[in-house]
Design a protein. Structure first.
Length: 524
């Protein structure tokens, strides 16, 4: 891990400095352009572990295929009409028991009807036989067993046990409006993950088209050197980046002041995974402040809301027709618990607030570990409930400061700033959803600039990415690592708010100091 941290530092520090140089001098030296492109190429190679990809051992060799993810998102969506959000593990356990080569070795698996608990494998078989197997036709059950067998044939030993201790298949029915028909039309193959590769390439094209070549390089650098969402998490999966494509599309449409299209993008992103709705709050906050300051008419706000509403109502209505209200009822029950669960790698302010000497050094694996996980979460939930009245004022001030800082910002940056603050302060999403950070240098690099604020934020952002690697390498305990990473994210968000909020004489003095430093370094 320390080697990765050093590698990231050697990529990110010079890349940040070069990007600041090109902010000031867009037609900078050809040598500097070559170095920036070279660092980007190295970051892509590092992202894929130089061709090892996700490094999951399987019989298929080095392929862009994440068995664990395909199990959840391809099988989960393909058989969503029969299994909903709660039946995948029970049905997989029963299908494995009926196969010629059963692989489940653990006596208990996670109970998806209550993710804090486990269930004996025999009880899972009984529940699957009673509740889920009758929903399948004979042909569909054979297809489910065949798909599971295909996955078992390429997966490493023990991966099914590990998969059945994850937290299940959790997207909303609106995601399944797209994911379920597509999964049922595509066979299970090693080509499935290339759907996400195509989505990410489209993201890159959109960034290049709207923000230009340097912003594209910054996007790729940030995407490929973001420890929170590195390759091993969701790359090689099935349709895991649709929400991200919607967010990128929305940000790019905002840059081009195409507000209805921006609403469509943000609405699609929120419909597919819900939490990206916080970025729409940033757009509305920034645009309403601009309306109040008479820098923007109200019509763009109405167009944005209309675009977001169009796609969300459309997908929501189709989901009700396809899956009925029961699909939403089950999903909302599960996601309420999931959103209040302190998973090891998740990112959010609450992970800092509840920290204490009794939080670290835990083992949550298998049945005994899951029992400890339940007790641990109960302790942390009670602690947060007791602390919330003390933290809520500070959280409110943080949101208010972020909103106030948007008063002179472009709406694309306002969306990310306010959205990032809301996401961090009021939610604890999985670390890999912080892939949205790769858009931060894009909006910071939206134009040539001599403003010290833009330069300071670009450097601070790349320092954050490097610092996260060092935080992960600083301790053997993942919980301690996570705590330190959360502190770094909080520090960057505070810096972002303060820098964008600085105005008047303080800003002027800092700008003068920055010019002196830059002039001295250039002369040197």
């Amino acid at each position: 891990m320390l080697e990765k941290a050093i590698t990231s530092l050697l990529i990110l520090l010079p890349a940040g400095c070069l990007l600041v140089h090109f902010q000031r001098h867009p037609r900078g030296r050809a040598l500097y352009r070559f170095l920036l492109v070279a660092l980007t190429v190295v970051s892509v190679a590092s992202f894929t572990s130089f061709g090892a990809f996700n490094q999951i051992e399987n019989h298929a060799g080095r392929v862009i295929f994440h068995w664990h993810e395909i199990f959840h998102y391809y099988l989960g969506s393909k058989y969503y009409p029969e299994l909903g959000n709660s039946g995948l593990y029970d049905a997989a356990a029963l299908a494995d028991a009926e196969s010629a080569n059963p692989q489940i070795a653990q006596p208990r698996i996670r109970d998806l009807s209550n993710i804090d608990d486990s269930i004996a494998i025999e009880d899972a078989h009984a529940r699957a036989s009673l509740d889920y197997r009758p929903r399948f036709s004979a042909a569909r059950w054979r297809a489910f067993k065949a798909d599971l067998q295909s996955l078992k044939s390429v997966a490493a030993a023990g991966w099914l046990d590990r998969a059945l201790f994850d937290a299940g298949f959790n997207p909303p029915p609106t995601w399944c409006v797209i994911g379920t028909p597509l999964a049922n039309s595509l066979p299970l193959s090693l080509w499935l993950p290339y759907i996400d590769v195509i989505l990410l390439l489209v993201c890159a094209v959109l960034v290049y088209r709207s923000f230009g070549g340097f912003a594209l390089l910054a996007f790729v650098l940030a995407f490929c050197t973001n420890y929170l969402s590195d390759y091993s998490w969701t790359m090689g999966s099935y349709l895991r980046f649709g929400w991200f494509l919607g967010l990128v599309f929305g940000i790019c449409a905002l840059k081009e002041r195409r507000f209805y299209l921006a609403g469509l993008g943000f609405g699609l992103s929120a419909a597919l995974i819900l939490f990206p709705m916080v970025f729409s709050v940033g757009v509305l906050a920034g645009s309403l402040l601009a309306v109040a300051r008479r820098r923007l008419p109200f019509r763009p706000v109405a167009l944005f809301v209309a675009g977001a509403g169009t796609i969300e109502i459309l997908l929501g209505g189709i989901s009700l027709l396809m899956f009925g209200p029961d699909g939403w009822y089950t999903f909302l029950q599960r996601i309420r618990i999931h959103a209040d669960t302190y998973f090891v790698g998740h990112i959010g302010y609450r992970k800092i607030a509840v920290w204490g000497s009794d939080v670290a050094h835990q083992n949550f694996w298998w049945a005994d570990g899951l029992a400890r996980f339940k007790e641990w979460n109960t302790m942390l939930r009670e602690r947060w409930a007791a602390l919330l009245p003390y933290h809520l004022p500070a959280m409110g001030i943080g949101v208010g400061a972020a909103v106030w800082a948007t008063r002179r910002l472009a709406l694309d940056e306002a969306a990310l700033l306010v959205g990032a603050v809301l996401l961090f302060l009021f939610m604890i999403p999985a670390n890999y959803y912080y892939v949205y950070l790769s858009l931060v240098p894009v909006v910071l690099f939206r134009r040539p600039s001599t403003d010290w604020r833009d330069h300071a934020l670009v450097l601070a952002f790349f320092a954050l990415l490097a610092g996260i690697y060092f935080a992960a390498a600083s301790h053997r305990d993942p919980l301690v690592q996570n705590y330190r990473i959360n502190l770094l994210v909080l520090g960057f968000l505070m810096f972002w708010i303060v820098v964008r909020g600085l105005q008047g004489s303080a800003s002027g003095w800092i700008a003068r100091l920055w010019r002196v430093v830059h002039t001295s370094s250039t002369a040197g």
